[in-house]
Design a protein around this ligand. Structure first.
Ligand SMILES: N[C@@H](CCC[C@H](N)C(=O)O)C(=O)O
Length: 301
């Protein structure tokens, strides 16, 4: 099977974007893994698919947005991808509107193209309840820091199983931005042990659907440096939902103001959140088309 694709990136978080508005491509998890593979496929952190809104939800949104991680698994949300999604549907003429409503597994988000070429996305409200994440805090120590509950996580997974013996337990803030995030404060994002502890936190048994692990260095009240070890993709150059999650945790802890610049290895994202239960998080950043292509995919189970 031959399929057309567009390669895009948002702050270096890179995507293969597929159009299924006219017909489904019938791809399997193995196909998504192959597209994402940097040696045998195109190479991407996530595969984004544009679909028409299912009949039952028509009127609620303009498009449906399907996200697969590089490991082939379907996930609920992707922030950098949402900006690329909006740029794609506009540039391809699928929409003439600079502001669209997009249906995701985590609800409706609203990306809007800005005159300077960046995209701002209304990402929805942060969700803090353990069952919304999902997160099982049974047996973990907790502390209250400002408005944030932090949990002491043994990064080795099962307490006492030996795998985490080399690492100290870490205090994490836990939040869903449609997808699950565990955010820890670090003195230096550059020096943070992302490659060592990221995979252990991702698969820690307190997160039944795994988790994205964020490492946040607070520079001042409106600037952070952030690295994220993403569920199903490993460390990426930037994570949009990770940036939202870090900033809302920082604001709740009283460390950050309502508008924060997030410096990642792939570029700058700006996150705004007024801090109330009903307030939505806004994310602004770049969305760039890299190239168009066509690839032969073998039959895969
Ligand atoms: N790169 C993303 C997040 C993609 C999904 C994530 N890896 C997950 O499994 O939840 C972003 O920009 O938000």
């Amino acid at each position: 099977m031959q399929i057309d694709f567009t390669k895009m990136q948002g702050a270096g978080n890179d995507f293969v974007v597929l159009d299924e508005t006219r017909q489904g491509l019938g791809l399997t998890e193995a196909h998504y893994r192959m597209l994402a593979d940097r040696h045998f496929g195109v190479g991407a952190d996530q595969i984004l698919t544009v679909r028409s809104v299912p009949v039952a939800q028509q009127g609620q949104a303009d498009f449906e947005y399907i996200i697969h991680n590089a490991d082939g698994g379907e996930v609920e949300q992707c922030g950098n991808g949402a900006r690329c999604f909006a740029r794609y549907v506009f540039d391809k003429g699928l929409s003439t509107q600079p502001c669209i409503r997009v249906l995701t597994k985590a609800g409706i988000i609203e990306p809007a193209l800005q005159p300077d070429g960046r995209v701002t996305v209304k990402m929805g409200r942060p969700r803090w309840q353990p069952e919304q994440i999902p997160f099982d805090p049974a047996g973990l120590a907790s502390e209250q820091v400002g408005g944030l509950t932090r949990w002491l996580l043994p990064p080795g997974g099962e307490e006492g199983d030996g795998r985490g013996a080399a690492f100290e337990p870490v205090w994490i803030g836990v939040v869903s931005m449609g997808n699950p995030h565990a955010v820890q404060l670090v003195a230096s994002a550059e020096a943070a042990p992302v490659a060592q502890t990221g995979p252990l936190i991702e698969r820690n048994h307190h997160f039944p659907q795994r988790v994205n692990a964020g490492y946040m260095e607070v520079v001042d009240r409106h600037t952070i440096r952030l690295r994220v070890y993403e569920r199903g993709a490993g460390e990426t150059l930037a994570c949009g939902t990770g940036a939202c999650a870090a900033v809302v945790c920082g604001i709740r802890q009283g460390l950050l103001d309502a508008r924060v610049d997030v410096h990642t290895h792939g570029g700058l994202l700006t996150i705004e959140w007024a801090g109330g239960d009903m307030d939505e998080v806004l994310m602004t950043g770049p969305a760039v088309t890299v190239f168009e292509g066509r690839i032969n995919l073998p039959d895969l189970p």
